[in-house]
Design a binder for this molecule. Structure first.
Ligand SMILES: Cc1cc2nc3c(=O)[nH]c(=O)nc-3n(C[C@H](O)[C@H](O)[C@H](O)COP(=O)(O)OP(=O)(O)OC[C@H]3O[C@@H](n4cnc5c(N)ncnc54)[C@H](O)[C@@H]3O)c2cc1C
Length: 398
């Protein structure tokens, strides 16, 4: 980094706003490649982040690839007992399901943040940002300091300030997801099984994720389709911890997640968006950590390529090329989502899962990141549609 007079901008190759999984992956990758990196966050680390903390096989692959973090670390609890339910009725139970790792984001994100620092990123945190100029990759901090990059990466989550500077708003309210969660004492739910209840919310689900020290219980789905998410949450809590629910309304926390509404052009000017800021959350499972890690790494690689070749203005084209396989996955998942969550199908789906154990296995393999939506292919999609009642998709041409 070249330091200049206090009233002059501090100059970096790359400025990364946000040090969640996307920002830390981006900063670590770019700093390890020799770029000067400013990593800016409004919070000091460790900090809380509302999340189920379900880390899929896909996330585990990216964690190893980007940071050398492996699941045997004491950040994780492995869960391979999974129950699928629909409105409290168990429709599938598997004791040897594809493993999911369960983590607490406070410790998990602090670990990734520390990796970025060790790789050489300069940290500016905790600090608020008062202005973003995406065209020139410049940000102004609340204390008056100015940071100027060749490229800016907005990895600042679902309410992204960088996305707002480019598009005028962080997300589309008609498409955004919303989740409510509570951390429960382990003794309240002794069962150590991961549960997904596909009837707990509309276009979403409820979850019980066991952790080392606690149990995370939550309900989430498309916000506009669940005007009373709190009622869904209370009903789900009452099913699992009736004594607690009887005490009245339990304090839960809520957060937005971009449930499958990704940005086709993630950014503008010299700013690239990664992770939730780019809308990269799986439209069916709500998994966002894996795509945050991967898109953060890809944004860094795009910046590295652009600065070594055609200059910062070419970073977006380099990024879009790399993101294409993730965008294809999102598109495929959105098509399949209608077969799982749409109202006419909701009555059929649980029965279809009960009758066909291979369907729940497929869902769990998707959830665990063992299977890509593209792997499912059109053939399986049509088979699924036929099992669910036949008339949902047009018949295939002979
Ligand atoms: C209720 C709920 C449950 C979820 N459960 C799961 C799950 O089980 N598994 C899974 O894979 N995904 C889950 N997700 C999604 C997952 O949490 C996100 O997809 C993931 O955290 C995205 O990572 P990110 O780095 O893009 O953003 P974040 O993790 O949100 O990190 C953004 C960072 O930017 C910082 N920041 C924000 N604004 C500013 C600003 N103006 N200036 C500076 N810094 C800023 C924040 O402090 C934060 O550190 C869940 C989400 C919700 C809401």
């Amino acid at each position: 980094m070249i330091r200049q007079k206090p009233d002059m901008p501090q100059i970096f190759d790359l400025i990364v706003v946000g040090s969640g999984p996307a920002g830390s992956a981006c900063a670590a990758t770019a700093a390890a490649a020799g770029l000067s990196v400013a990593l800016v966050d409004k919070s000091p680390f460790p900090r809380e982040k509302l999340c189920g903390g379900g880390v899929t096989g896909r996330s585990i692959r990216y964690l190893d690839e980007i940071f050398g973090v492996t699941p045997d670390s004491d950040l994780f609890l492995t869960s391979d007992s999974v129950r699928l339910a629909f409105g409290g009725r168990i429709i599938s139970q598997q004791e040897d399901a594809p493993p999911l790792q369960m983590t607490m984001r406070r410790a998990f994100d602090a670990t990734l943040h520390n990796h970025a620092v060790t790789a050489g990123a300069d940290v500016f945190a905790p600090v608020r940002i008062s202005a973003v100029d995406h065209a020139s990759a410049t940000i102004t901090l609340a204390d008056g300091r100015i940071l100027q990059g060749s490229v800016l990466v907005g990895a600042d989550g679902a309410n992204s300030l960088v996305a707002r500077s480019v598009f005028g708003r962080a997300f589309d309210p008609a498409q955004i997801g919303f989740g409510l969660e509570v951390e429960l004492d382990r003794s309240l739910i002794e069962d150590n099984t991961t549960e997904i209840d596909l009837g707990a919310a509309d276009w979403g689900y409820g979850w019980v994720f066991p952790k080392r020290e606690s149990i995370t219980l939550g309900v989430g789905g498309i916000h506009a389709r669940n005007p009373d998410m709190k009622a869904h949450f209370q009903a789900y809590l009452a099913r699992h911890a009736p004594a607690l629910a009887e005490q009245g309304e339990i304090k839960c926390k809520g957060a937005f997640l971009p449930f499958g509404a990704y940005r086709k052009i993630p950014g503008g000017g010299r700013a690239l968006l990664a992770g939730d800021a780019a809308g990269l959350v799986d439209p069916i499972t709500g998994e966002g950590i894996a795509w945050a890690l991967k898109s953060g790494q890809l944004a860094a690689q795009a910046a590295i390529e652009a600065l070594a070749g055609n200059g910062p203005d070419s970073a977006m084209a380099a990024y879009l090329r790399r993101l294409a396989p993730i965008h294809r996955e999102m598109d495929a998942a959105r098509r399949i989502r209608a077969l799982i969550y749409a109202r006419p199908v909701r009555a059929y789906f649980p029965r279809a899962v009960e009758r066909n154990p291979s369907m729940s296995r497929t869902y769990l393999r998707l959830l665990a990141g063992e299977l890509d939506y593209a792997d499912l292919g059109t053939r399986v999609l049509f088979r699924l549609a036929r099992r669910l009642g036949g008339s949902l998709l047009p018949r295939r041409a002979a």
